[in-house]
Design a protein around this ligand. Structure first.
Ligand code: ZN
Length: 388
């Protein structure tokens, strides 16, 4: 079994499945054509689906099952997918003649995401074959569980569908790992800085959590680095800055999202104090509202473009002799992770990181054993024992 691209006389391409004798597998070809031309799927989608169907047919062949009725064994197919080598060559080279290697220490050949993509392709294939009678209807019950659509909001129920289908087989996909800069890397960047401005930039990303665009969009009026800002017309206590969404082209204020207020710590305030002096030495910067301006390259005094932040972090990574080139976003991730490590609650992380949904903040919560213990210890003990 293998996947193969087919080019039609019109030049349109889709992918199909060929068997050992290089003949098209009719049911698979019928479905892949339907995807490409009936459902207007992209060529790339047909390739992904063809390779998923190809894996299923290969597994059916090796285990002596008819593809039309093997759906009841999808659980076994999932195990096979995780552990069978990803290329035919690997299987041929296995001296034990078995292509599945399962056991402790054996890395899965395919991750959960890949397995789920294959399963979607197989479900689509069998569902389509059932629609023209090649696959018995009861196979669908092995693939899908029927849920009552009355649990759904009215808009989602459809016109007269009282039931909806939910795939039975699905692997839990791991949460994406957060690619953060380590605290050692951040200190090394600070030390590699040659100006107060650059130290402020690193501080605003790694200790306030600003995104690159927010950083370069900061105006002087947004900085309230004072113990008390009431004279500036702001009642927020302590040193803080405002993140305001503006349309930078015409200077209009965007009302689509309320501005946020972020506290700044001593290190950031200190870096800013030093930067104010550095910036004042550049006369071209005097009239600019932007906080971060060109001080060392032309046009002097012009707002720093967002790309300049990437270049700075790359240069600093190299100058600091780091093993890898950091990306501005990794400093923001470090901020979020440090908040989580310091025991910040989900709503605090969400607010400080400016996430619209708490789901985005969840990856930063990874309590270690010590924090779990401390959480238990904070709960007052009921006075049940030793009384009476
Ligand atoms: Zn303020």
């Amino acid at each position: 079994m293998q996947v193969f691209p087919v080019t039609l006389p019109s030049g349109v391409r889709y992918w199909t499945v060929l068997d050992e004798s290089m003949a098209m597998v009719p049911a698979a070809d019928e479905y892949l054509r339907h995807l490409r031309f009936g459902r207007d799927a992209a060529e790339l989608t047909t390739r992904t689906y063809a390779s998923g169907i190809c894996l299923y047919l290969r597994w059916c062949q090796r285990t002596g099952r008819a593809w039309q009725s093997a759906a009841g064994f999808i659980g076994l197919f999932m195990t096979w997918l995780q552990h069978a080598p990803t290329t035919a060559t690997q299987a041929e080279w296995d001296p034990r003649g078995s292509e599945v290697r399962v056991g402790p220490g054996v890395e899965p050949a395919r991750g959960a995401r890949r397995v789920n993509v294959v399963l979607s392709a197989v479900r689509g294939f069998l569902l389509h074959a059932a629609s023209y009678g090649e696959v018995p209807q009861e196979v669908l019950a092995q693939l899908y569980e029927v849920a009552d659509a009355r649990d759904l909001p009215i808009e989602a129920r459809g016109i007269d569908a009282r039931f909806r289908l939910r795939a039975r087989h699905r692997m839990r996909e791991a949460k994406p790992d957060i690619d953060r800069a380590t605290n050692e890397e951040i200190v090394a960047l600070f030390q590699a800085c040659r100006s107060a401005r650059d130290r402020l930039i690193i501080g605003l990303m790694a200790r306030v959590g600003l995104r690159r665009g927010q950083l370069t969009g900061l105006r002087r009026e947004d900085i309230h680095f004072l113990p008390d800002s009431t004279t500036l017309g702001c009642r927020v206590p302590g040193s803080h800055l405002h993140v305001v969404r503006r349309d930078n082209v015409n200077g209009a204020w965007s009302k689509s999202r309320p501005s946020r207020c972020l506290p700044a710590d001593f290190l950031v305030v200190q870096a800013h104090d030093q930067y104010v002096l550095e910036r004042a030495a550049c006369p071209q910067a005097e009239d600019s509202d932007f906080v971060l301006v060109n001080l060392f390259r032309q046009p002097l005094g012009a707002p720093m473009p967002p790309d300049a932040i990437n270049r700075l972090v790359t240069d600093l990574s190299r100058r600091a002799g780091l093993d890898r080139h950091l990306h501005p976003h990794m400093l923001r991730h470090a901020f979020g992770s440090n908040l989580g490590d310091a025991g910040a609650a989900l709503d605090e992380i969400q607010e400080l990181m400016g996430h619209a949904s708490p789901t985005s903040s969840e990856p930063y919560l990874h309590p270690d054993a010590q924090r779990l213990r401390a959480a238990i210890d904070r709960v007052p003990s009921p006075r049940l024992l030793g009384e009476g």
